[in-house]
Design a protein around this ligand. Structure first.
Ligand SMILES: [Zn+2]
Length: 337
């Protein structure tokens, strides 16, 4: 079924009985259906950028770093600059939550010096992929090392079907959407790269410092802007924003599940009740998602549907993080007014 880790995929089971609102439903690491992986979502990335990300020109002697998915690629690329080759395993436009590795991924890991992952149970595919790559010299960097994950589950507007097996054991993995935690990820990546490639220590330090400075100013901008709309309450379709919400005193109260075919009147009523109960101000979808049910639900809820970017897909320039996050800030500012 359907909550979505990533935009609005529909269910493997294709059941017609569908719950509508489940608060902070445990969808993450294991909660996404494998079917329809890219449904409703288009990559906004240029072919050139994709090529640059996936097939870097290897230079002899350079440290080869493979990263798992977009935010980790952006942070690693920012720190590595031109002194290491950085690749991405999960190409933008591909779902990370239930990703299945390709033979190319195994090959990439087999020949890499360093592997950088988000951690917190997000990259389920890695375990077997790394094993299959049989690279005894591989250094792994867990970008979330030292970050305490959020596990709390808000009270749930009960759904008709609960999928217990969708609980994520290591907490919510979407830490990169909080600029302060992103700073810690960049620091972890910097330290890992220095340990693996001490010859380029100075470059890693300078590059990381510059990126961290930008993250700090992004954090100030978020604080200054969002303190004008305290406790703004919102609903999403992807449980991606609890860290962002916690940092800036917003409230992600619900994650809505969208069925494949149609919403029953009871489903709609449940959602309407939740909006009233939590005085919900904002309803967020994701960029590139086009779903008639969402549009119709937003009308029933009398809420404007706006895109909030989880950054799981997008451009591969390290500056993309700041562009997308600033766009998110603008969306939040407008929606929370
Ligand atoms: Zn996600």
């Amino acid at each position: 079924m359907i909550v979505n880790c990533r935009g609005l995929r529909t269910s493997r089971q294709g059941s017609g009985i569908l719950p509508i609102v489940a608060l902070l439903m445990l969808s993450m690491a294991t909660g996404c259906s494998q079917s329809n992986r890219n449904q409703g979502k288009t990559s906004e990335q240029s072919p050139q950028a994709q090529e640059a990300a996936s097939t870097p020109r290897l230079q002899p002697g350079k440290t080869k770093v493979v990263t798992t998915f977009l935010p980790i690629y952006l942070f690693t690329k920012a720190v590595a600059g031109n002194v290491a080759d950085v690749e991405i395993l999960v190409r933008p436009g591909t779902e990370v939550h239930e990703y299945q590795a390709t033979p190319e991924n195994v090959k990439a890991i087999a020949t890499a010096n360093v592997l950088v992952k988000n951690g917190l149970g997000l990259e389920v595919f890695l375990e077997n992929t790394v094993k299959n790559a049989q690279n005894s010299k591989l250094t792994e960097i867990d970008a979330s090392k030292g970050i305490k994950p959020l596990n709390e589950i808000s009270p749930v507007v009960k759904t008709t079907q609960e999928e217990k097996d969708h609980e994520h054991t290591q907490g919510n993995p979407h830490v990169w959407l909080d600029p302060v935690l992103a700073k810690q990820q960049v620091t972890n990546i910097r330290n890992g790269l220095i340990a693996a490639d001490p010859a380029n220590k100075a470059t890693y330090q300078v590059n990381a410092a510059a990126y961290i400075k930008e993250l700090e100013s992004l954090n100030s901008e978020f604080h200054q802007t969002l303190q004008k709309t305290p406790s703004c309450t919102f609903i999403t379709f992807h449980d991606a924003f609890p860290y962002l919400a916690k940092r800036y005193n917003l409230k992600q109260v619900a994650v809505v599940q969208i069925p494949e075919d149609q919403l029953s009147p009871t489903d709609v009523q449940n959602a309407v009740n939740a909006v009233k109960k939590y005085k919900v101000k904002a309803l967020f979808s994701e960029p590139g998602v086009d779903n008639k049910l969402l549009v119709s639900l937003s009308k029933d809820l009398k809420l404007t549907l706006r895109p909030l970017d989880s950054l799981e897909t997008g451009e591969t320039d390290p500056q993309h993080y700041f562009q997308a996050m600033k766009a998110n800030l603008q969306t939040l500012q407008t929606a929370c007014k």
